[in-house]
Design a protein around this ligand. Structure first.
Ligand SMILES: [Zn+2]
Length: 155
């Protein structure tokens, strides 16, 4: 911005000079009454910044108990020289309940599986990644195009 009186580019003041409000530099402001600082109107483009919701990952991790849980539990229990009764006590579960688990008749809940993991020092829970609709790109990733293969070879 330039001073209305002398044309100098400077810090400008809104000044009342002879009944007219002018935007002038400090030097010219002496000739009138300073009303205040001049603030150029900044045209604020109302940029509608769309708040993008953080993308919910399309992959959900599902915890599953391993299919061979019965065998794993039994093996490890035997390795530890624990009878089913002793082990059931340790877990604070009923003997018959444990029997069913070891027989593969009853799949332990995730909660119980965690307890079994800790008690026995084995891994029973597996993470299963489930893709959800809405993330087509990731769903496509299973299929490799020729381009993808070339890219991989270049690496
Ligand atoms: Zn001036």
């Amino acid at each position: 911005m330039q001073c209305d009186m002398c044309g100098k580019e400077d810090y400008l003041l809104r000044t009342l000079i002879e009944g007219t409000e002018l935007t002038v530099c400090k030097a010219c402001a002496r000739f009138g009454k300073v009303l205040g600082n001049y603030r150029p109107e900044v045209k604020q483009k109302q940029q509608e910044v769309k708040k993008q919701k953080p993308q919910v990952p399309a992959i959900e991790i599902i915890l599953l108990v391993r299919e061979d849980y019965a065998q794993l539990i039994k093996q490890k229990r035997e390795q530890l020289n624990l009878t089913q009764e002793e082990f059931a006590k340790k877990l604070n579960e009923k003997h018959s309940f444990l029997q069913n688990i070891e027989a593969g008749k009853h799949m332990p809940s995730i909660e119980l599986a965690r307890k079994l993991e800790k008690t026995l020092g084995i891994v029973l829970i597996q993470e299963h990644k489930e893709l959800h609709e809405g993330n087509i790109n990731q769903q496509k990733s299973g299929v490799m195009t020729l381009g993808d293969i070339i890219k991989l070879k270049k690496k």
